[in-house]
Each structure stands twice: as structure tokens, then as C-alpha cells.
Design a binder for this molecule. Structure first.
Ligand code: NAD
Ligand code: UD1
Length: 338
């Protein structure tokens, strides 16, 4: 039996493929390489000595999915493939809904046809919109998303919930990631954003390496301990192990689960700058600017359901997250292109 990983050449996908191969699973990847390169999986092979089967194809391509399901004995699907830039989603909503929502519908139909009934979906803390409280537990209200990317995640969760009522033999887990950061400790795979990064940690690391001049800190007048935004940063390898735990516990409980993957600890933008400076032994040039529209003051998880349902907790500290980010950045100043 094999695990099908959609979007497996991407940031979180490649770290999860590595973890699956390391524990002896067979892995088949479908990725259109729209936001990644084959090099990530070549490096996964270099690190594990194992080769995942890669199909360079789109999940919107029914024929390609049919071929994969007929050629391989797939037991489970981990579904990372999708577009993830908040700003771009505002400019290109149709592309986002097509890729993220229609893509998932096509995948589900092909799973149904092939009799594959286990799915883990990459959701996001963004489904909580403006958090009603922190820490955010799965009982908190979802909705109120402010951009097509977030809404696409919310829609897919709803579709999956409805689908699980109609197909109770399915086992569906939506994992709501908080803020993934970090890289494999080898420095061989990591996050390789296109163009100027939107997210904090890739931005800080490009300032540290000298590719960007100065970090803009978006607001220091939030009602938080130091006035800057607070988030729940989680090491990408902890996320990867969360997927393995979700596979192991899929048969328990209800056909549909939505579970937070976070550390349960919030850090501010200034905390991150300090931790990065320590890891990289360099000063990060930054200036305080206005708040970024759409940002919330604080967002961190109650991660007790993941412990209870999956036996999983995040184990890596902020220092490890920053150390591994820096190790990846300094060894690959131009990402996989270097
Ligand atoms: P990523 O862009 O690095 O990986 C996504 C992969 O999917 C890429 O390799 C891309 O080429 C591929 N892809 C996109 N559309 C495709 C399609 N139609 N067919 C085939 N392949 C396609 O992103 P990531 O950070 O690894 O995120 C993985 C998933 O987790 C995404 O669904 C994302 O929305 C979700 N997520 C990410 C974050 C984050 O901060 N990184 C947070 C919450 C949720
Ligand atoms: C953002 C998205 C969220 C998505 C997540 C993926 C927005 C509004 N939200 O979350 O939907 O799921 O990325 O990881 O885009 N910051 C700066 N300067 C920067 C960049 C960020 O000060 O140059 C601050 C932000 O104001 C925030 C924190 O750093 O307080 C984290 O920002 P970011 O990494 O972009 O993640 P989120 O905004 O939490």
C-alpha cells in the first residue's frame, strides 16, 4: 500500500514525504510544480536513501488522478496541493477557488471511484477568522474569513464535513496549521518562497542573509505584551509528525475530525527577531510601520485535542525553529535554485 501526497514537492509536503519514507511507507506524489521544484524531492531521496514516485501533474487533471489510483494501491491521501498566498488570492479569487476548492472536489471524486477512503486535508488557523478568544480551540467559531484563500479553506472543510455524512466509511481529518516555520536540520530542504516573502520568518531570514534590507514590523500598538502581533509558530517537522499521527489514528472516533496543529504558545514579532538574532549571530535591521490590513492581534492554539485524539504534541522550541531556518537559508541563499 502507498500514501498519495498531493503537493508533496512543496514546503510542508516535502518534509512530510521525508517523514513517511523514513518510517518505511511507500509514497506517491502528485505535484504540478507551480510553487516548487523537483529538487526538493531529490534532496529527500538524498536524505532518506528512498525514492518517492513523482507524477508532475495537476490535481485538476482527472485522467492523471485516475491513472495514479489505478497504477498504485493507495491506502490514504494527504492533500497539501493548493495555492496559499493571501494577497494573491485577493487579486485572483477564481484561480484560488478553482485550485483549492474544485481541485479538492476532483480529488474526492477520484478517491470515491477508486475506493480510497482516507483523507488528511491541509487546513489552516485562518478558518477561525478574527479569533473569538485565545487560545483557539476547535470549539471556537469558524468563519469571518477576510480573503479568498481563507474562505477556500473554510469551504473545503464544509464540503468535507458534508461529504463525511454521506460517506460514513470515509475517514477525513482536517489539520488546522498555525504558523509553520523552520526546516529539516540538515539544511537540505526548507521553505523557498517565490519573490519577496509575505510571511515573517522567510522575510527575517532574507534580511539576515542580506537579500532584503530591512524588516517592516507591522504595528506595535496591538493589545499584546510588547505591542506587536502574537502567533503560534510551529516547526515544520512537528507538523510532519502530526500528519503521521493523524494517519495512525484515522480509524478512531468519528468520520470527520478538525484538529489544530500548533504548539499552544504565542510569540510576538519582537520575540521572533530576538530568537533569530541569537540563532544567526547577527543583528536584524527592522523598523516599526503601520499595521497590515487584515492582521489580527493574537492567534495561538489550544492544542489539547491533538494530544487527546492523535497522541501528538509539538516538541521543537522557538530556538530550534530559528536555528533550522537559518541553517537552511545560509546554505541555500537562493533556495533550491542555488
Ligand atoms: P507550497 O506552495 O510549498 O506547497 C503546495 C504544493 O502544491 C506546491 O508544491 C505546488 O506546486 C503544489 N500545487 C499547487 N496547486 C496544485 C495543483 N493544482 N495540482 C498539483 N499540485 C499543486 O505550500 P505549503 O506551505 O507546503 O502548504 C501546503 C498546504 O498547507 C497548502 O494547502 C496550504 O494552503 C496549507 N497551509 C499552509 C500554511 C503555511 O503557512 N505554509 C499554513 C496553513 C495551511
Ligand atoms: C498569514 C496569513 C494567513 C496564512 C498564514 C500562512 C495574512 C493576513 N494571514 O498569517 O492567512 O494562513 O500567513 O502562514 O496574511 N509580520 C511583520 N512583518 C512582515 C511579515 C509579518 O511584522 O514582514 C507580522 C504580522 O503582522 C504578524 C506576524 O508577523 O503579526 C506573522 O505574520 P505572517 O508570517 O505573515 O503570518 P500570519 O499573518 O499569521
Amino acid at each position: 500500500m502507498a500514501i498519495l501526497v498531493t503537493g508533496g514537492a512543496g514546503y510542508i509536503g516535502s518534509h512530510t514525504v521525508l517523514a513517511l519514507l523514513e518510517r518505511g511507507d511507500d509514497v506517491v506524489v502528485i505535484d504540478n510544480l507551480s510553487n516548487s521544484s523537483k529538487t526538493s524531492l531529490e534532496r529527500v531521496t538524498e536524505l532518506t536513501g528512498k525514492v518517492p514516485t513523482l507524477y508532475v501533474a495537476d490535481i485538476l487533471d482527472k485522467q492523471a488522478l485516475k491513472e495514479i489510483f489505478s497504477k498504485h494501491n493507495i491506502s490514504d491521501v494527504i492533500h497539501f496541493a493548493g495555492l496559499k498566498s493571501v494577497g494573491e488570492s485577493v487579486r485572483k479569487p477564481l484561480e484560488y477557488y478553482e485550485n483549492n476548492v474544485v481541485g479538492t472536489l476532483i480529488l474526492l471524486n477520484e478517491m470515491l471511484r477508486a475506493g480510497v477512503n482516507s483523507l488528511i486535508f491541509s487546513s489552516s488557523a485562518t478558518v477561525y477568522g478574527n479569533p473569538e478568544k485565545v487560545p483557539l480551540s476547535e470549539e471556537c467559531q469558524v468563519g469571518g474569513t477576510t480573503n479568498p484563500y481563507g474562505t477556500s479553506k473554510l469551504m473545503v472543510e464544509q464540503i468535507l464535513r458534508d461529504f463525511s455524512h454521506a460517506q460514513p466509511e470515509f475517514r477525513i481529518t482536517c489539520l488546522r496549521y498555525f504558523n509553520p516555520v523552520g526546516a529539516h536540520a540538515s539544511g537540505r530542504i526548507g521553505e523557498d518562497p517565490n519573490g519577496i516573502p509575505n510571511n515573517l520568518v522567510p522575510y527575517i531570514s532574507q534580511v539576515a542573509i542580506g537579500k532584503l534590507e530591512c524588516l517592516s514590523v507591522f504595528g506595535n500598538d496591538y493589545p499584546t505584551p510588547d505591542g506587536t502581533g502574537v502567533r503560534d509558530y510551529i516547526h515544520v517537522l512537528d507538523l510532519a509528525s502530526g500528519h503521521l499521527a493523524a494517519l495512525d489514528h484515522k480509524a478512531e472516533g468519528s468520520p470527520f475530525k478538525a484538529i489544530n496543529l500548533g504548539t499552544g504558545v504565542g510569540y510576538s514579532v519582537l520575540d521572533l527577531i530576538k530568537a533569530f538574532e541569537k540563532a544567526a549571530q547577527t543583528k536584524i535591521n527592522y523598523q516599526i510601520v503601520a499595521r497590515r490590513p487584515g492582521d489580527v492581534a493574537e492567534c495561538w492554539s489550544d492544542s489539547s485535542l491533538a494530544k487527546q485524539e492523535l497522541g501528538w504534541i509539538a516538541t521543537r522550541s522557538l530556538d530550534e525553529m530559528m536555528r533550522d531556518t537559518w541553517n537552511w537559508q545560509k546554505n541555500n541563499p537562493n533556495g533550491f535554485g542555488s
